[in-house]
Design a protein around this ligand. Sequence first.
Ligand code: ATP
Ligand code: MG
Length: 585
Amino acid sequence: MDETNEKQVSSQKKANSNGNDKVKVGSGKPDFVRAMVAEDMKTGKWGGRVHTRFPPEPNGYLHIGHAKSICLNFGIAAEFGGKCNLRFDDTNPVKEEEEYIRSIIEDVKWLGFDWGDRLCFGSDYFEQMYEWAEQLVKAGKAYVCDLNAEETREYRGTLTRPGEESPYRNRSVEENLDLFRRMRGGEFSDGSRTLRAKIDMASDNLNMRDPVMYRILHAAHPRTGDKWCIYPMYDWAHGLEDSIEGVTHSICTLEFENHRPLYDWFLDELGVYHPQQIEFARLNLSYTVMSKRKLLQLVEEGYVKGWDDPRLPTISGMRRRGYSPASIRNFCGRIGVNKFNSTVDIALLEHCVREDLNKSSPRVMSVLRPLKVIIDNYPQGQVEELKAINNPEDASAGMRKVPFFRELYIEQGDFMEEPPKKFYRLAPGREVRLRYAYYITCTEAIKDADGNIAELHCTYDPATRGGDSPDGRKVKATLHWVSAAHALPAEVWLYEHLFTKENPDDAAEGEDFKSNLNRNSLEVLTGCKVEPSLEGAAPLSRYQFERMGYFCVDPDSLEKRGLIFNRTATLRDTWAKIQKQQQSR
Ligand code: ATP
Ligand code: MG
């Protein structure tokens, strides 16, 4: 391996590491959550401790919204010298699967975060939760109710109609305890009874109207098997999990603000350790759906190729697309954390991705839609190794050599037989620069039987080697190219937004978000020609194809079907453009 190639390999290694060596989150200015934690540190509220958790329900893959929560929870723990648990909130056996647990672990790790030995499962606390439930029953604070789901809903009332007390509300402690134990024992059928907290059916807050704590569900759980046939409801379980783990700041999204009184009520009535629940606004992105239910639908109904389809906002989809963990963390830092729901422009995410790739990705020349060029005055059989810059943003990335040959490929779009005024690229009789190579002039365009351009004949000027003219002659365009004899065949997958509308849920009457799917979200290009230095490129390694965008080697590449690249992003940065326009106003 000569020196230039060595340098390229090392620059690629650098580019393709996760950038996780120094994980940094946040823009530096504290958000309201960090301000709250800082204040608690000052007053010594938690004895100088900071302990957060990221609590996904293993019922789907993680998405960019989860990344916001991960960066917030793990970020705060790191910044304040605290700890953050990864906790699976696995209290619903029906929708939860091992596959989701595995993917979540992989994704949080890949994002660059470490929970140490604190991988926790809500289901590990089922026994303790049950004991606490009995404690509330014994204290007359919980009762077994025989209303079915429909009746329970009816009795609960609405925002404008007060609730009605269940006819079973005033059972004796003895009867409640007996029934609750028999619920656990498996005597009753699914849905026939619940355990409910005895709070206040007249409360303005619907969550406080005797919420259900346990339901009967004869279903095997991935971790506890058949041990349980009653399962705790989210509101009951979540605070207990936080309490057991000694969490200080229980950070969740805004829709749980109305649940906080209940979170507090359970912990106060039990008289156990009581973390502080704090709510922040969830992330919404334009042209994106983020609900796991909708993502599942897209996956199961085959609208995309799986949870890691590069068009999805899932972490695994973004990884496959070529987004780096650093760019996702950077994005999460830039959007900040606040109390008001809003929608972030997806162009900002793409901007963060480009910013990172611009600095880190090696440049190569690849032709996506090839047009053959024959340099008639170039010696038959000759090959020249021309020097090319690996990354103009990173001098340490060095140079590499690209082979120049009599037959080349350029992009079909870089030639026009009858160019309009502002088209400066190749045309009959016109001279352009081939990057790192020579000036060439088109002498003839050969057409096939259908009248399409089949190949071009050109001449080159040997005095312009390297791409500069000694006589100062100017050309208006520089094209990328590959040697026809040396280029590798490849398949390239181009992506557009998955939805055509900024808000995919804005659908016509009787339609749903799927009616806004973009039918052009994937374009598969076969017969592409990529620079020979890409031979053996590792899955998930990232490159800039000069003038064509950023690309990432698909993991299905190579062994199965030859090189496949996903386009991570185009070079057009709409976010930077918007910023510029705003500044100039
Ligand atoms: P969904 O409602 O789509 O099922 P979820 O919020 O129920 O999503 P969980 O697995 O419970 O999914 O989420 C784990 C954590 O991630 C929670 O603390 C939740 O608040 C947070 N989270 C989920 N979606 C977002 C989002 N879009 N923005 C910020 N945080 C989010
Ligand atoms: Mg949830």
